[in-house]
Structures are given as C-alpha cells and as structure tokens.
Design a protein around this ligand. Sequence first.
Ligand SMILES: *Cc1c(COP(=O)(O)O)cnc(C)c1O
Ligand code: SF4
Length: 414
Amino acid sequence: MSIIDIRSIATEEQWMDWHWQLRNRITNAEELRKYINLLPDEEAVFNEQGFSFRMAITPYYLSLIDQTNPNDPVRMQAIPRIQESYISNSDLADPLSEDADAPVPGMTHRYPDRVLLLLTDQCSMYCRHCTRRRKAGEYDAPMPTENVEKAMEYIREHKEIRDVILSGGDPLTLGDQRLDEILSELSKIEHVEIVRLGTRTPVVLPMRFTESLLKVLKKYPFIWLNTHFNHPQEISEVAKKALAAIAETGIPMGNQSVLLKGINDHVDVMKNLVHKLVRNRVRPYYIYQCDLSEGIAHFRTPIARGIEIIESLRGHTSGLCVPTYVVDAPGGGGKIPVMPNYIVSQMPNRVILRNYEGFITSYTEPGFEPLDDNKYRDLCPPERESNEGVMSMLKGRCISIGPAETKRNLRRKH
Ligand SMILES: *Cc1c(COP(=O)(O)O)cnc(C)c1O
Ligand code: SF4
C-alpha cells in the first residue's frame, strides 16, 4: 500500500483547528501504517503483550517527521519501539514518589512553597519518554472535578503555597472555559503569587493557541508558561507563530527539555535548540536527566553527557541560553542541579576558580588578611608547600594563570 501524505487529509482550516487535530490523533498501528512505513522495532512493539503506554500522535506532529531518517528525533518521541517493553532492573513505576508526596489525589506537595497539580491525564501526544507514564493517558480524560476542588481547598488552607504548577497530562487539552474557571479560582487565593502552565501544546499542537485561549490567559497576569521542546526540528513555522502569540500576550516562557539518547544528547543539537528557543522568546529553563521510569532505559544517557553539554554552553554562548541541568532524585528528593566543577581549590579567604577556557583565577574573600608562609604551612599539608601554579595563587603571588592563545587573549593584544 502506498503511503499517504498526512498533510493531504485535511483542509487548511481543519489542520489549524486543534479540536480536529485531537479528534484525528493516530492511536493504533493500522492507522499509522497508512502514513508511514514502520520499522521492524516499531512493528514489533504492537504485537507485544506487555506494551501498555498509550500511543496518540497529532497529525501535525506526525507531519514533522522526516521519513527518510529512521532515527528521526520526532519519530523517536512519538512512535513506540519494542525497547519500551523491556523493564530494566533499575526501573521504577513512580521514580519520583509523586504519589507518596500527594496530600490530595493528583497533587504533589514536595517543596515548601509550591505544588504540582495534575488537572488531567490527557496529552495531545504521548511522548515515548514520558516520566509520568504510569498516569499519563491512563484514562485520556480530565481529572474528576471533586479532586480539583479538593486540591483548591488544600491550596487555600496552606498559606505557604505561592506557586501552583498546573500539569498533567497536558492542562491545555482542557477547554478554554474550564481553564478560565480554574485560573479564576486560583486568582482569588491571595497567597498564590504565580501559576505555571506545564504544557507540550506549543510543540505537538501549536494551533491550540487560538485567540479565544489567549484572551483567557491574558486575564491572568500571574501566568508563566513552561513548554517542552527537545529538538530544533520541533520549532516549525506554526510553532514559531504560536510562541510569538504567547509572547505578545506578555506571558513569560521557559522550556524544559529531557536529555534523550539519540535525540538531543549532542552538543551541537542542544546548542542549536537553545539558540532557536531564545530567538523565539523562550528561556531554556531545565534540562532533565532522563528518569528511572519503566520502559525508557533506551533513552537514558550517562549523567556525564549532560555535564559535558552544559560545559559546552556555559561561557561559550549567551548565559540566557544556558539551562540548569537537573537530576530529579529517585525516591522524591526533588531536582538536584548538576554542573561542571569550576572550583579548583579553596583556602581560608581565597578561592581558585577556572573559567570555560581553562583560565584559572583567584578570588580574594572579604576581610582577607595576608598570611605569611609559616601560617600557610600550618594550614596546608607538606605536599602543597609549593610556590608554583595554584599554590602561588592561593598565596597571592599572582592573580591568574591560563592558556595564552585563546581567542580572548588574541583580541586583547591587538
Ligand atoms: C519540578 C517540580 C516543581 C517545580 O520545581 P522548580 O524547581 O520550582 O521549577 C514543583 N513540584 C514538583 C513535585 C516538581 O516535580
Ligand atoms: S506531554 Fe508531558 S505528560 Fe504528556 S506524555 Fe509528554 S511528557 Fe508525558
């Protein structure tokens, strides 16, 4: 059977209608085969008994796939492969213990001043790497209203909560009116200072940002929006228009990527992604180390890879483009920032640091009193009794040492 171009199944009006996109999501192998030749690893997963995490792909997101590339980054995020049915021995059903930290079903209160509220388990597209795959797509439906009510009650009673993160599933799969109700209720709680929308719609359903939705969002100046682009290929012309429209309503935008093997675990891909995000007024916020959720072992990279990526960004490009790399602690400890080590050595009152070029510098702390060599000897072991290199800096004999032929040095001379 010949392959149908997914774009040809809809008129422009249908294509740009988010309800049409949701109604026409591709949810089974038979439909998928009409639009794409499946790879053996993809065919295999549909016959697998243990395969449980729902598939649903918006026609729009499917259209971003380059079918000539078997390892296309959009394809790998949208179409399941047999590797998903392997549960590795480090996998956990709820790696972040979100359910254990839930005072009300669907709401996680882990940090002192903010809560995570899941409004629905529906997503417009189910990401194959989803960390919350135990929940996402279980019913493909909004949370029961009484759960949301209970969560609102909890927020009202806990005055320390100043930040509410609306997530799911994807909260923007809810209708405009329901969102308006929820936002309105939150806006009446005096101690709630900001509300964050965690949504993948700018990536997988950018036509969701209709005038009517933007009008609702504009009513609530406490909104921040965090989205989830993982690869520059996802920033299409339609996505760019959506981002511009969101920015024009005045909503600040951040991006949370997941570090994914074979998709974005490369310095060049990440650099291109963060540059493209910033050009579209989205601040790269986090890169997540891939969690220990079940069935996603094939997406994981070593933590060293994330550190390498941050090291290749920091200093080399605008600080605005550098996200924080975090490991979300298995067992529920929350996000832990991980980065290259820039502190070379420490002594009382003096710290030795290195920059991105390998330039080493010394910072003298406030209240510094010069120590003579004898005092240094008391503080430091005999093997460090040198006057060279870093020791000479600790002793204040020079301020910095570093490579001579850097571009920066060459610019200085001329
Ligand atoms: C990620 C997360 C937050 C928000 O963390 P920030 O570092 O403030 O962005 C809050 N609650 C839970 C449960 C989370 O997983
Ligand atoms: S949009 Fe978020 S919650 Fe939904 S499947 Fe993707 S990662 Fe999971």
